[in-house]
Design a protein around this ligand. Structure first.
Ligand code: EPU
Length: 429
């Protein structure tokens, strides 16, 4: 199993190219099931989750072709995927695949919308909480699907096709909104989704679906209206920049000090995150090319932050902010409201010398003078990268174990940080 070795204490200076967003790529790949034509996705990040989803879609008969690098194209350019779901050979998504990646449960929506049936394993719990799928099922039922739970599988049927309906989510859910939008795109009639998630990835998927011939308006707001169409076509779409990768590297620079341009990204994708960094004393300058992040000498100020659905502070940056605040001058408070158990990084940060007290959904972080390197590991992607951030500022060597979590969501992490001066290497085996 690979590990990452980091020797802390170097400032970061230079340029970090930001990849396409993992959490837009996954639903976009799944949306390819809605059409018999080819969907071309550009700016797709090279991630373990993308490869796994490719394998999962292959099980349904989807053909994915990865275009080669064009002459003169830089190594860090995203890949282009040609995805064809011309022949869907199987409408079952088995447990051994769905349990490896929760988002693959979302295939239920395009499969039932296009094929009239889907049999998809319930994903089960995961490291960051119970994560039920009740609201996804509710949305499909509102669109006329008949749902049965059978042997750990959700079986959805709509022999005569789905019909438009009213879906009001009792809480904001990204997965529920993706499923509702994809299913409604091919339903007969108009669907109105209220209290929809406003995350930029929802807007990106809706943009792509509209290029495929869907009629979706209001994506990115709490009310989305979808006029169903009988058929969708192929399209070409470039994945939007990864706002969580952007915020993660912004926090890494804030942690070590230095001056880095985060290239190919946009501030409006993570304004709440950038506002918190400014409050902490970090320099944030939007440029034509991306976002410049700098901290030179000044101490980090403590902050009080609560995670919220977009446009609030994202839960996917909570662990990274906590790592950063371990070095602030004073006491910070972070409240996690999206997932009930997303604090696994706390005990590992403590191994590096952090002082964090947990009380239910609230963490109190007392800034310390210095962190000291140690072997650490984490059980999810964002928690793992928070340990990398802490390690970059810790004295001596930190060994981050279970690197496969990082590989799920961060493309060439050690190369991107290494190019800016971090002492970081992957140790294979
Ligand atoms: N929820 C329910 N019932 C449901 C669905 C969700 O109670 O049927 C609850 C969840 O348990 C959670 C809350 O609603 O407490 C929000 O869940 P949501 O559906 O919004 O999350 P998700 O779609 O499963 C996506 C991202 C997560 C990110 C969350 C929140 C992808 C592939 N995943 O998950 O990303 O944390 O939205 O923004 O888009 C990550 O990338 O590391 C990651 C975990």
């Amino acid at each position: 199993m690979d590990r990452i070795r980091i020797v802390g204490g170097q400032r970061l200076n230079g340029t970090i190219p930001i990849s396409g967003a993992k959490n837009a790529t996954l639903p976009l790949m799944i949306a390819s099931l809605l059409t018999a034509d080819t969907l071309v996705l550009e700016n797709v990040p090279r991630l373990a989750d993308v490869r796994l989803l490719q394998h999962i879609l292959g099980n349904h008969g989807v053909d994915v072709m990865i275009a080669g690098k064009r002459p003169g194209e830089p190594d860090n350019a995203g890949q282009t995927l040609h995805i064809s779901a011309k022949n869907i050979v199987d409408t079952t998504a088995p447990y051994d695949l769905v349990s490896r990646m929760r988002a693959s449960f979302w295939v239920i929506a395009p499969l039932v919308a296009r094929m009239g049936e889907a049999r998809v394993s319930m994903p089960g719990g995961c490291a960051i909480g119970t994560r039920p799928v009740d609201l996804l099922i509710m949305a499909l039922e509102q669109l006329g699907a008949e749902i049965e739970i059978d042997g750990g599988y959700v079986v959805a049927r709509a022999r005569k096709g789905l019909r438009g309906g009213a879906i009001k989510f009792p809480k904001v859910t990204v997965s529920g909104t993706h499923v509702a939008v994809m299913a409604a795109a091919l339903a007969n009639g108009t669907t109105v989704i209220d209290n929809a998630a406003c995350e930029p990835e929802i807007g990106d998927v809706a943009d792509c679906l509209n290029k495929m011939g869907a009629r979706i308006s209001g994506a990115g707001t709490p009310r989305i209206v979808i006029e169903g169409v009988a058929k969708l076509n192929g399209a070409r779409h470039a994945v939007l920049p990864d706002r969580i990768e952007t915020g993660t590297y912004a926090m890494a620079v804030a942690m070590t000090g230095g001056d880095v341009l985060l290239q190919n990204t946009r501030p409006e994708l993570l304004q709440a995150g950038l506002d918190v960094l400014v409050e902490a004393g970090v320099g944030i300058t939007p440029t034509n090319e991306g976002i410049r992040v700098s901290r030179n000498g000044s101490a980090l100020r403590p902050v009080a932050v609560t995670t919220q659905p977009f446009p609030g502070f994202p839960t996917d940056l909570q662990a990274q902010l906590m790592a950063l605040m371990t070095r602030a001058r004073g006491t910070s408070h972070i409240t996690e409201t999206i997932f009930e158990n997303r604090f696994m990084h706390v005990q590992e940060l403590a191994r590096l010398g952090a002082r964090i007290h947990l009380d239910g959904e609230r963490a109190t972080i007392e800034g310390v003078e210095k962190l000291k390197g140690a072997p650490v590991m984490a059980t999810d992607l964002r928690a793992s990268v928070s340990l990398v951030i802490a390690a970059l500022a810790a004295e001596g060597e930190t060994m981050v174990n279970r690197v496969y979590h990082l590989d799920r969501g961060f493309e060439r992490l050690e190369a991107k940080l290494g190019a800016c001066g971090a002492v970081i290497e992957r140790i294979s085996g």
